[in-house]
Ligand binder design. Structure first.
Ligand SMILES: [Zn+2]
Ligand SMILES: [Zn+2]
Length: 341
């Protein structure tokens, strides 16, 4: 079995500012979801970041921007940043807070993409132009905000009294040809292999004919089983700062569907449901219910309210119990796990 190549890590743990680094093992690349403070993370860990996906611009999710900018400023290349509508104004406002008279030679560029209901608008801020804002392309948006040969990132606008964007990073299916199988079947490599791979990726039926040489057509299923190693891509979903409303729940379950790991905020215990709803946040129990409905492999709760300091174990237990489908009463939690303080 081939191991998955996505490795997620909360840079500030479960209790600090949200910042989820997703490293692509063996590729020296990374993406960052949310941009809370990152000053305790060594620069070398952050430098592989190619794209940043911001949920919303509340301080605890965006104050790491300056630190990241400083780290990348003298570098060549383009950093991409995605977020809800208005994020380009927030970036522009931050950039306007500094003086840029000595950066004319710097090749660094920041491309900021605002994700709206149906379109994505990109603005460019180049160090060589003193970060003056330029308008780039507008593209249609239908769920996927970023795609490259290895990754697909989906975005879902969620209600936090403002938009808080949820994200899901999916590694695209790996299709590797087994050269020894090709040789022993007496087949020559050629463009037909890409036709085969594309048909498999597109989910074409097993009896679809693939032409491997003029006049020689064979069924896709047999070729796939004999020649290809198919490794399903890993999926990581991320949701923070959202109200537990029917509309949000539908969108979150769709976004996180089948994720290997679901990072979900759990600032409140369900006993403080009123507080959670008033502040447009989830409770641990609601996070567990969403994870269960989305049939995720593992639920990782985080973004705990400091009011529960010393009781964080209760949050985790409540979320996991609901995720597992157990009926739990809060008073029973202590008895269940002796590690609670
Ligand atoms: Zn927050
Ligand atoms: Zn917030």
């Amino acid at each position: 079995m081939t191991k998955s190549s996505l490795r997620p890590r909360l840079l500030n743990g479960q209790t600090g500012d949200p910042a989820l680094l997703v490293t692509l093992r063996w590729q020296g690349r990374a993406v960052l979801i949310d941009l809370g403070r990152i000053d305790r993370t060594p620069g070398g860990v952050l430098l592989p970041i190619e794209a940043v996906f911001v949920s919303h611009a509340h301080m605890d999710h965006f104050m790491g921007f300056d630190q990241l900018l400083r780290l990348f400023l003298a570098r060549e290349g383009t950093l991409r940043l995605f977020g809800p509508a208005g994020i380009a104004d927030c970036v522009q406002g931050k950039l306007a807070g500094y003086t840029w008279n000595l950066t004319d030679e710097y090749p660094f560029t920041l491309d900021v993409t605002e994700i709206d209901a149906t379109e994505m608008r990109t603005s460019r801020f180049a160090a060589s132009r003193r970060f003056a804002r330029e308008t780039l392309a507008t593209e249609p948006f239908a769920g996927v905000c970023y795609q490259d040969p290895v990754l697909t990132v989906e975005a879902a606008p969620l209600d936090h009294r403002i938009v808080s964007m949820g994200y899901a990073v999916t590694e695209r299916t790996h299709l590797n040809v087994r050269p020894e199988a090709l040789a022993s079947a007496g087949l020559r490599p050629g463009p037909w292999l890409n036709v085969l791979k594309n048909a498999v990726r597109a989910g074409a039926p097993a009896d679809s004919p693939i032409e491997i040489a003029p006049g020689d057509r064979r069924p896709l299923g047999a070729l796939r089983d004999e020649l290809l190693i198919v490794t399903p891509g890993q999926k990581i979903a991320y949701v923070v700062d959202v109200l537990f409303s029917p509309a949000n729940a539908v969108r979150i379950v769709r976004l996180a569907q089948g994720a290997d790991v679901f990072f979900c905020e759990s600032p409140f215990l369900d006993g403080d449901l009123d507080q959670a709803s008033k502040r447009y946040h989830l409770t641990a129990r609601q996070a567990g219910a969403l994870a269960r409905a989305a049939r995720v492999g593992r639920l990782q709760v985080f973004h705990f309210s400091p009011r529960y300091e010393g009781r964080y174990g209760e949050i985790v237990a409540e979320a996991q119990a609901e995720f597992a489908g157990h009926e739990v009463r809060y008073g029973e939690l202590d008895a269940r796990d002796p590690s609670f303080s």
